[in-house]
Ligand binder design. Structure first.
Ligand SMILES: Nc1ncnc2c1ncn2[C@@H]1O[C@H](COP(=O)(O)OP(=O)(O)OP(=O)(O)O)[C@@H](O)[C@H]1O
Ligand SMILES: [Mg+2]
Length: 372
């Protein structure tokens, strides 16, 4: 059953509509990550769920109850922010137990719950310290503990790790996922970091300019991006794109310079239809000059330690190939670039949406091989 149900929500600030047509169903116990670039409306969506902003139209329900008219404290959500917002003059124990104190929980019960919660996030040895005497990661754990102790129905996280250094970020990411696996509270986590989103999420929600572009598991979104936008946003280094037109006779896409990219399956679109081919850098291979799917020039090779990032130019379109081998190549060299035909994505140039390709099965029935 859906724990959070968002139905056709819009948000307007003054005369500016910054969000519209947002519908999303989040299951009980699910860890959902909202991903998107700066300004796309991630924090606003979280604040609408929490009740810190009022929705302009639509409906939000939490645990089966419409919460449009409810105050934030009546919604059963606990929010964890980027800046932790700890009380600097209180000890760790006082910070963690503050909500219980305000609610009038008896001291003995409060102390027991503070001790148990602190233990669950590894803070037992720090209960008497002030926030100023803690590291960034420890402060983040206090913020988590302060949310956990309220036993909320829903956790809302707004970029809680972005103030931490890279190593601590990964540690805290694991810790948040471990805590989630233990307490299984429904969680909505906002980030603009795709790696963080991919690794944390049961399901990802990709946002673009105040609307939802795609919802799916990280693998579904990586394998079947629904639009050019999602395809370019998810995956690092980013997917390569090449414009061209479908050629039924030659069973492929004809690029502007006359090169043909063969397709494993032809889509249900008219001959000559304008499309964009998408190929991820990890699904390309460098080949001898004259033997590639297309012919390119080397712009720059970057050493990654575990592999090499080959920055290439096709005419004036920059492309990227990921190789494990150390190619003996220098800037300006001409090489071939092969595409794995089973790993080619197609997008309609006009609508920018994914194009489904179909193949004919042995029984002659059409079957969707590459669902949009
Ligand atoms: N109180 C406000 N009044 C007017 N416009 C606002 C207000 N709050 C947010 N906005 C606008 O709404 C849009 C979405 O903002 P939001 O903070 O939700 O983005 P975000 O995805 O969280 O971005 P970031 O990754 O930078 O935190 C932005 O264009 C922002 O300028
Ligand atoms: Mg934000």
């Amino acid at each position: 059953m859906a724990e959070i149900l968002i139905r056709d929500v819009a948000k307007t600030f003054g005369k500016t509509t910054i969000m519209q047509g947002v519908s999303l169903s989040i299951l009980k116990g699910e860890f959902v990550v909202i991903l998107g670039p700066s300004g796309c409306g991630k924090s606003t969506l979280l604040r609408l769920i929490a009740g810190l902003e009022e929705i302009s139209s639509g409906e939000i329900s939490i645990a089966g109850r419409v919460v449009n008219q409810l105050e934030p404290r009546e919604r059963g959500c606990a929010m964890v922010f980027q800046n932790y917002a700890l009380y600097p003059h209180m000890t760790v124990a006082e910070n963690i137990g503050y909500a219980l104190k305000v609610a009038g929980t008896p001291k003995a019960e409060r102390n027991a719950r503070v001790a148990a919660t602190a233990k669950s996030v590894g803070l037992s040895d720090f209960l008497d310290r002030k926030p100023g005497q803690l590291s960034g990661g420890q402060r983040q754990r206090v913020a988590m503990a302060r949310a956990i102790i309220r036993e909320p129905k829903v956790f809302l996280f707004d970029e809680p790790l972005s103030n931490l250094d890279a190593k601590l970020r990964v540690q805290m990411r694991h810790e948040i996922r471990r805590i989630h696996n233990r307490i299984k509270a429904t969680s909505v986590f906002v980030t603009h970091d795709q790696h963080e989103g991919m690794t944390l999420a049961d399901r990802l929600v990709v946002m673009n300019k105040g609307t939802i572009e795609q919802v799916g598991t990280p693998q579904e979104i990586y394998d079947h991006p629904a639009s050019l936008y999602v395809a370019g946003f998810i995956g690092s280094p980013a997917m390569n794109f090449l414009p061209g037109q479908l050629s039924a006779a030659r069973r492929g896409v004809l690029l502007e310079n006359g090169s043909l990219v063969p397709l494993a399956q032809m889509p249900d679109l008219a001959d000559g239809h304008m499309v964009q081919i998408g190929v991820r850098p990890e699904h390309t291979t460098l080949a001898a000059r004259g033997s590639g799917t297309i012919e390119v020039r080397v712009d720059m090779i970057e050493e990654l330690g575990s592999g090499r990032l080959c920055n290439l130019l096709f005419e004036d379109i920059p492309l990227c190939a990921l190789t494990e081998a150390r190619p003996e190549l220098a800037a300006g060299d001409a090489v071939g670039l092969l595409f794995d035909p089973g790993q080619i994505h197609l997008f309609d140039s006009a609508t920018e949406k994914r194009v489904a390709t179909r193949r004919v099965t042995a029984s002659g029935r059409q079957m969707q091989a590459n669902p949009a």
